[in-house]
Design a protein around this ligand. Structure first.
Ligand SMILES: Nc1ncnc2c1ncn2[C@@H]1O[C@H](COP(=O)(O)OP(=O)(O)OP(=O)(O)O)[C@@H](O)[C@H]1O
Ligand SMILES: [Mg+2]
Length: 365
């Protein structure tokens, strides 16, 4: 009977292990099938802290903390797709192993209810539970639990304030890890209770290496320019790069991934179109400008993308600093309006008319 129970337990443990993402036995048919269905960002999510690329300082500090099992409260911040969530999940997995993970780690993100009530009840109750210093397999593990509050910048200030005292009172049994994109949206008393780590946008070289690694594992054919374009359009966001790579691979079947595939998938506006728009601003009339903008919008390009590209191009144009500053200030304004849901055509028109006005002041001087 005991042997039977033991067997059942270990198979349940195995299921759990697969669920939290550790690879199943190599060559196991069901594991293969499961992997195929996974999006590549999940499939290639770092499984241990060592696999996290480019964030050397964070990894060094975390590894030291993992050795001594003395983790401070953490605050990770930085742009999307730079490894924040992956790092803490990998660290927690290394600390507790697959079995204890469920009991010891509470993960709450923006999709969960995280109002003040939840902080008062769920988080506080979880934090109050005591934790033993050994795993079920007898290995030592830290005598505390981890509460991961992902996307913490979307928590209300009241909910953040409710965390202050909990964080201090339960420091014997619980560590908090707050993760966010905008550190300025976390209230000061919380930031001062945590060790802060900034996650940098990933460097081109590192992104390229990762992408090539995935290409090799997935048996993809690619051109050097194709990979270069992926790195360029993703701007330091590895998640974006990997997602585009997967789309390009699906689009292409067995053919190689080229630069034009990538620009197509990423919705990048062809540079000829941007140049054409600028030359109308410089030399032509408002009526022509209206038509050109309407055409671009009708082609289905996103205004936000056009503004980003216009920004990169304007920087290198032969306008003087004052003109560039007026234009870029207008860009910031338009960007905000678009984020608030303004009409794309009107916003672009208003931006381009400022460019036109500035270009014409330089001609009249
Ligand atoms: N530093 C990194 N090293 C290795 N892989 C990374 C790194 N950063 C991102 N990735 C890849 O990108 C995916 C997304 O990363 P992750 O979820 O950790 O981003 P994030 O920083 O939490 O972003 P967000 O702010 O949008 O939540 C991972 O599954 C992984 O494949
Ligand atoms: Mg995240």
């Amino acid at each position: 009977m005991q042997a039977f129970l033991k067997g059942a337990q270990s198979s349940r443990a195995q299921q759990k292990q697969e669920r939290i993402g550790s690879a199943g036995p190599a060559g196991h048919p069901s594991a293969d099938k499961k992997h195929k269905a996974l999006p590549w960002v999940e499939k290639y999510r770092p499984k241990c802290v060592d696999e996290v690329a480019f964030q050397e300082e964070v990894v060094a500090v975390l590894k030291k903390s993992l050795e001594g099992a003395d983790l401070p409260n953490l605050l990770f911040y930085g742009p999307p797709g730079t490894g924040k969530t992956s790092t803490i999940l990998a660290a927690a997995r290394e600390l507790y192993g697959p079995e204890l993970y469920r009991q010891r780690v509470l993960e709450l993100n923006a999709s969960d209810e995280r109002g003040i009530q939840v902080i008062r009840e769920k988080v506080k109750n979880f934090a109050q539970l005591t934790a033993a210093g050994t795993r079920t397999d007898g290995k030592p593990c830290p005598p505390f639990k981890i509460i991961i509050l992902d996307e913490a910048d979307s928590m209300t200030n009241a909910a953040q304030a409710a965390l202050r005292r909990t964080m201090e009172k339960e420091s014997r049994t619980t560590r908090f890890c707050l993760i966010c994109n905008y550190v300025s949206r976390i209230i000061e008393p919380l930031t001062s209770r945590c060790s802060k780590f900034r996650f940098k946008p990933l460097g081109d070289q590192v992104q390229e290496e990762r992408l090539l690694e995935i290409c090799e594992k997935e048996n993809l054919k690619y051109t050097k320019e194709g990979i270069g374009a992926l790195v360029r359009v993703s701007e330091g966001d590895l998640r974006k790069a990997i997602t585009f790579l997967q789309s390009a691979a699906r689009l292409n079947g067995d053919k190689e991934i080229t630069e034009s595939d990538v620009t197509e998938i990423a919705g990048v506006v062809p540079s000829k179109m941007i140049q054409n728009l600028l030359s109308i601003c410089y030399k032509s009339t408002f009526d022509k400008l209206e038509i050109a903008i309407k055409n671009i919008i009708d082609e289905g390009y996103a205004a936000m993308q056009i503004i980003h590209q216009l920004h990169d191009t304007i920087i290198d144009e032969s306008l003087n600093d004052q003109q560039k500053s007026v234009i870029t200030e207008k860009m910031a304004e338009v960007d905000k309006c678009l984020t608030d849901g303004a009409e794309e055509y009107l916003q672009l028109l208003s931006l381009c008319s400022v460019i036109m006005q500035q270009a014409q002041t330089s001609q009249s001087n």
